[in-house]
Design a protein around this ligand. Structure first.
Ligand code: NAP
Length: 510
């Protein structure tokens, strides 16, 4: 029997269902994310007929904007950024449900006014009070918005009747303690099943395909363990420097910005056991088990497991990149890492002894995010010296050029027995001939549907911060040692290559 539905790209992980009529309220609607991602994603959902027939989106921010002006602005941004082409017919249908509400984030009267406005929109558009509040402000404002929503009667805490769900943007905390505090704060005002902590990587098609690939096929999973896998490499590389985001990045660093959330999620999906079902509890239970099984970095051996670096001046694809220290917003003498590589072990039955190497960096030779399983050698070298020295690799490319490739040895045509590595490729673009949806489409749709499977849970966020915070603590202690540097446009500091070399392993050349 064919286990595949006709078009896995469209089908996704939940059955096609239409959300109940609802309003999405975006806090911080004057920001970049709203324009570039959130509203264009909602427009595309409407173009795919996945929005409920009665729907509204309300932008909330301090700036004074009329509904008409906000609609005009969103029309322009959706024209530029929505996956679906704008047509006058679709747009006029969509814009009727767009509103803007001016208000402060910490003023109860403004939330009371918002409440009145939402009740009125409900009446106008036939919405039964269902609401998604999307908190897309800077993180310092997250707890303020949650408290004000709660104090001003905008959250239905009864567990029956219209739904209230709150999406919280990243970063969810900056260390273990702040993540715990934010969880405790949110859980004081909301039930866990009303909290949607977003990690947009989980909305990416290829990240979801990791699960389809592993669990809808028969022949990968038997190899997916320490018997056959030598090690795993997960790379999240950016070709750009920090591009004017120095003020933010210098406080965060790449470990917080990329690894704690995105790469740890990818690692958890790669390493987890098959969940009992795809429901949010079962799926997240399995991811949490992986995070809990991470072996703590052994005392006194930190440098064997963690490497960091900061870029010097260099160039990427012929474009000069200034040194990190010269970027606007970076504190003089900053030791913030723009490169990090980790060697990790997952102490469980499946992965005992298999290193998971994670690396993420700015100013790399190219932009690429991938997971690669590097296999052990065949048990016997029948072809002796003629055998290829390259291991078999299964690489899942998350972005760009989403797809999967297998690398294995093949006989070189001719009368001698020479073996060379070759690649077998699957590419989304060519196989399905359609562009995958934007992560924010899938994630906003899931929230409207009440499906939390692709959102992170409180214990999951805390488990990943627990590991990451130990690294930050060690860096604080060893501040005086400074930070290794690497040339912008290179693959990172020599210390990172040395970390793998000690185990006779090497980073893939991407
Ligand atoms: N942009 C991205 O690609 C991206 C990617 C992943 C995650 N995120 C996260 O998504 C959230 C929104 O991103 P964004 O780029 O849209 O953020 P942003 O432009 O910095 O902020 C969005 C809006 O929040 C309001 N705001 C509320 N409190 C503020 C404060 N204390 N300081 C400054 N502005 C404040 C501002 O609107 P008013 O002053 O008009 O009220 C601002 O326009 C952030 O938490 C960010 O970390 C963004």
């Amino acid at each position: 029997m064919n286990a595949f539905a006709p078009n896995p790209l469209r089908q996704g992980l939940v059955e096609d269902r239409l959300p109940e009529p609802c309003t999405v309220v975006i806090f911080g609607a004057s920001g970049d994310l709203t324009k570039r991602k959130l509203v264009p994603a909602l427009y595309s959902l409407m173009a795919e007929r996945l929005l409920p027939p009665s729907f509204a989106v309300v932008g909330y921010a301090r700036k004074e904007v009329s509904d008409v002006a906000f609609r005009g602005e969103m029309k322009e941004w959706c024209g530029k950024h929505a996956r679906h082409k704008q047509t006058e017919e679709l747009w006029s249908q969509f814009e009727k449900g767009i509103y803007f509400h001016t208000g402060d984030y910490d003023t109860p009267e403004d939330y009371q006014a918002l409440k009145g406005r939402l009740d009125q929109i409900d009446k106008e558009r036939g919405i039964p009070g269902n609401r998604v509040f999307y908190v897309s402000t800077p993180p310092s404002t997250f707890p303020i918005v949650v408290k004000q929503l709660s104090d001003n009667g905008l959250i239905n805490k009864t567990g029956t009747g219209p739904f209230t769900r709150v999406i919280i943007e990243k970063p969810f905390g900056t260390d273990l303690q702040s993540a715990r505090d934010l969880n405790a704060h949110c859980l004081k005002h909301l039930a866990e099943d009303q909290i949607y902590r977003i990690d947009h990587y989980l909305g990416k098609e290829t990240v979801q395909n990791l699960m389809v690939f592993r669990f809808a096929n028969a022949f990968f999973e038997p190899l997916w363990n320490n018997r056959y896998v030598d090690h795993v490499q997960i790379t999240g590389a950016e070709a750009l420097g920090i591009e004017g985001r120095g003020g933010y990045f210098d406080h965060a660093g790449i470990l917080r910005d990329m690894v704690q959330n995105h790469l740890f999620q990818v690692m958890a999906l790669t390493a987890m056991e098959p969940p009992v079902s795809l429901n949010a509890t079962d799926l997240r239970d399995e991811k949490v088990k992986v995070l809990k099984a991470l072996r703590p970095i052994p005392e006194g051996r930190f440098d064997e497991f963690v490497v960091r670096g900061q870029y010097r001046a260099g160039s990427v694809a012929g474009r000069p990149i200034p040194s990190y220290q010269e970027e606007v917003g970076v504190t003089a003498g900053s030791t913030t890492e723009t490169y990090v590589a980790l060697k990790m072990f997952i102490d469980n039955w499946r992965w005992a002894g298999v290193p998971f190497y994670l690396r993420s960096a700015k100013a790399m030779p190219k932009k690429v995010t991938e997971v690669a399983l590097v296999f052990k050698d065949a048990p016997h070298r029948l072809f002796g010296e003629k055998s290829s020295n390259e291991p078999n690799v299964l690489a899942i490319r998350i972005q760009p050029d989403e797809g999967i490739s297998m690398r294995f040895g093949s006989k070189v045509p001719g009368n001698t027995l020479d073996i060379n590595p070759v690649n077998m490729e699957f590419r989304y673009g060519t196989s399905f001939g359609t562009e995958p949806p934007e992560a924010y489409e899938r994630l906003q749709l899931d929230c409207m549907l009440g499906d939390q499977a692709l959102y992170t849970r409180a214990d999951e966020v805390e488990a990943s911060w627990k590991y990451i915070s130990r690294i930050h603590d060690e860096w604080k202690r060893s501040f005086a040692r400074g930070i290794p540097t690497y040339e912008a446009g290179s693959w990172g500091p020599d210390e990172s290559d040395a970390m793998l070399r000690r185990s006779n392993q090497a980073w893939r050349r991407l």
